[in-house]
Write a protein that binds this ligand. Structure first.
Ligand code: COA
Ligand code: AMP
Length: 632
């Protein structure tokens, strides 16, 4: 219906209280909230503050009670172990209640934090839901992070319990998780009371007596427990995300807002009804995995898929199509990188033709900018709407999308379409003034943010205000820059901070620089994100050595590559570093990372008026050319 989006959008911004009260009617509450939005202490706004609910109840028990118990809730599809396992809502509820009982018997109570460091196996989702069942905020740490990153999160979240598995599987490599976990606990100041370890058949982890427990025997002995009613504002989870420094930000997600916003989004953005199969090919370590592998589809009574594999190589670029066809997926969500990887191996879509994927109605892409080439290729191959949408760990769900459940708006390549109902997007200049259509500035969202967005940062209220709300009073600073065109379409162009996006994974160049700077021969350094055909961006390190260093440049470069892998993790994809004589800087000493990035990507750039010595840019350009960058 034409104009439907505009109508819903206007209703959401004209009367947020009315709009989000109606959405709240669609979820289960032990006590329906009397106050919908409390913005008396902005930017610490709260939604549904006197409501009582439970995320696990909404995800499982509610559906069992409504007669959906025999429907498949979760499909575990793992080409790396050649396994397909299905859990009905009944079975998942039983498994989660039992696991929650085990957690309770280990002394975990409402408010205690639990870190989950697990691969893409059903027990990971069961662990998350078990935490939610007893009101213990979970903090999932992505498996591709190194022990040091895990240790930083342990110290910040101070978990009572850590849940892990003996290993993950990266295509055909076994990644032992337990040694990483043990090392992280050694590094951390805080020590958990227990670790609960799921032993996978591929490898058995050594358990430390008194501290570590076997998942299967502990859970099977436990008594199942019921859901604990929690305040709407109670933290469901903490998810750490990269900022400008090595200290990640613990994004807090409150319970009521999460349930309402995700359930609303399943119908209105992803156009799925209860009973439909929805698949997000991401990882539970990322916000997409929290929202659209675990919570959103289950709140909505969908069948969700946990995929343990890669778009290519497990075993071939037809994996996605095999899963879509076999499990009858209606809406599919992944990152553009995954499509670039498939396109590279199967440019003519021969693997797509091998499967009947008529069930698929939409492809949703997010996590990084979707380049028009990838969008067109996907549209041509699949013949369905390909929807780019933009969001962040902080918001928990999309800020800008084509809300196909309300109305399919015309797709504009390069744009994630328009503001999602509830979000008032503006483009501001450095003086907080709105910019006209077509002009690039800071993308900000006028307060209040809608339900489901982050109410604070864990242990870092000052950082919450300083990073996100101080730059433009009255607005949330997204950290992205872009413009809105005459028709209200948003174009997200780049980050305004030192965050880069590698294969849809958000990483901090500042954190990598901290690692490089710790090398004894490095005097100063810079890490920039350079364009990569497949991963969108990859980090590149530039090192200035201390005077008198005689060691081979190549050897130092290799050492820092190893250090980043060991300190941050393989997910950083930090593979290239090079020695330069000097770094270009402003006269006040600020390293000109943006200018170097433009040079590396062969983009036009202006030599900044404040540059200390313009000749350095020529030197950098020559060095980058030897690495295959700065082509023109
Ligand atoms: N545990 C341990 N290591 C992991 C890991 C995990 N859970 N996930 C990734 N890694 C490792 C990989 O093995 C790889 O290590 P390597 O340098 O030794 O090869 C490194 O981290 C980078 O991994 P990845 O980003 O997955 O790159 P890749 O080269 O292995 O695969 C793609 C390339 C495009 C197939 C892959 O990046 C991909 O599937 N991208 C889509 C991402 C996505 O869905 N993002 C979600 C946002 S919505
Ligand atoms: P994360 O918090 O890991 O989800 O990363 C959020 C960041 O990824 C955003 O701030 C953007 O920089 C980028 N991003 C996510 N989705 C998109 C998109 N559709 N288009 C452009 N950038 C995106």
């Amino acid at each position: 219906m034409s104009g439907a989006y505009e109508k819903v959008y206007q209703a959401s911004v004209a009367s947020p209280n009315v709009f989000w009260k109606a959405a709240a009617d669609d979820i289960f509450w032990y006590q329906f909230p009397e106050t919908i939005l409390d913005d008396s202490n902005s930017p610490f706004n709260t939604w549904y503050k006197d409501g009582l609910t439970n995320a696990c109840y909404n995800a499982l028990d509610f559906h069992v009670e409504q007669g959906r118990g025999e429907q498949t809730a979760l499909i575990y599809d793992s080409p790396v172990t050649q396994t397909v396992e299905k859990y009905t809502y009944n079975e998942l509820q039983v498994a989660v209640a039992q696991a929650a009982g085990a957690l309770a018997e280990l002394g975990v109570t409402k408010g205690d934090r639990v870190i989950i460091y697990m691969p893409m196996i059903p027990e990971a989702a069961i662990a998350m839901l078990a935490c939610a069942r007893i009101g213990a905020p979970h903090s999932v740490v992505f498996g591709g992070f190194a022990a040091n990153e895990l240790a930083v999160r342990i110290d910040d979240a101070q978990p009572t319990l850590i849940i892990s598995a003996s290993c993950g599987i990266e295509v055909d490599r076994i990644i032992e998780y337990k040694p990483l976990l043990d090392h992280a606990i050694d590094l951390a100041q805080h020590k958990p009371n227990h670790c609960l370890v799921f032993q996978r058949p591929q490898t058995t982890a050594a358990l430390q007596s008194g501290r570590d427990l076997d998942w299967v025997s502990t859970v099977s002995r436990a008594q199942p427990v019921e859901c604990v009613p929690v305040e709407s504002t109670h933290p469901l989870y903490i998810l750490y995300t990269s900022g400008t420094t090595g200290q990640p930000k613990g994004v807090v997600r409150d319970t009521g807002g999460n349930i309402v916003s995700l359930k609303w989004s399943m119908k209105n953005i992803y156009d799925v009804e209860a009973g439909d199969v929805f698949w997000a090919a991401s990882d539970i370590g990322w916000v997409v995995g929290h929202a659209y592998i675990v919570y959103g589809p289950l709140y909505n009574g969908n069948t969700t898929i946990m995929f343990e594999g890669k778009p290519v190589g497990t075993p071939d670029p037809g994996t996605f199509w095999r899963i879509i066809s076999e499990h009858q997926v209606k809406s599919f969500f992944t990152a553009p990188t995954a499509f670039r990887a498939i396109k590279k191996e199967d440019p003519n879509g021969l693997f797509i033709k091998k499967y009947d994927i008529q069930c698929l109605k939409y492809l949703f892409l997010a996590g990084e900018r979707c380049d028009p080439d990838t969008l067109h290729w996907a549209e041509d191959q699949l013949g369905i709407p390909v929807i780019d949408h933009w969001w962040q760990t902080e918001t928990g769900w999309s800020i800008c999308a084509n809300p196909v459940g309300i109305e399919l708006l015309p797709v504009r390549p390069g744009s994630p379409t328009k503001a999602v109902p509830g979000y008032q997007i503006n483009i501001l200049d450095a003086n907080h003034q709105p910019l006209p259509a077509g002009e690039i500035g800071d993308i900000v969202v006028k307060l209040p943010l809608p339900p489901g967005t982050f109410p604070t940062l864990w242990n870092a209220e000052d950082r919450y205000v300083k990073t996100y709300f101080a730059p433009h009073p009255g607005y949330y600073q997204t950290g992205d820059a872009g413009y809105i065109d005459e028709e209200g379409y948003l174009y997200v162009m780049s980050r305004t901070d030192d965050v880069i996006n590698v294969a849809g994974h958000r990483l901090s160049t500042g954190a990598m620089e901290e690692v490089l700077a710790a090398h004894p021969d490095v005097a100063e350094c810079a890490v920039i994100g350079v364009a990569d055909d497949m991963k969108g961006q990859v980090p590149l390190g530039l090192l200035v050595l201390k005077a008198g260093v005689t060691k081979d440049d190549q050897a130092i470069a290799q050492e820092v590559v190893k250090m980043v892998r060991e300190t941050i993790g393989p997910v950083a994809a930090f593979k290239t570093a090079t020695v330069v004589q000097r770094l270009p800087k402003t006269r006040s000493g600020k390293v000109l990372r943006g200018t170097m990035r433009s040079i590396a990507d062969s983009q036009p750039y202006k030599t900044p008026a404040t540059i200390d010595d313009p000749v350095i840019l020529d030197e950098i350009s020559e060095t980058l050319k030897t690495l295959g960058y700065a082509k023109s």
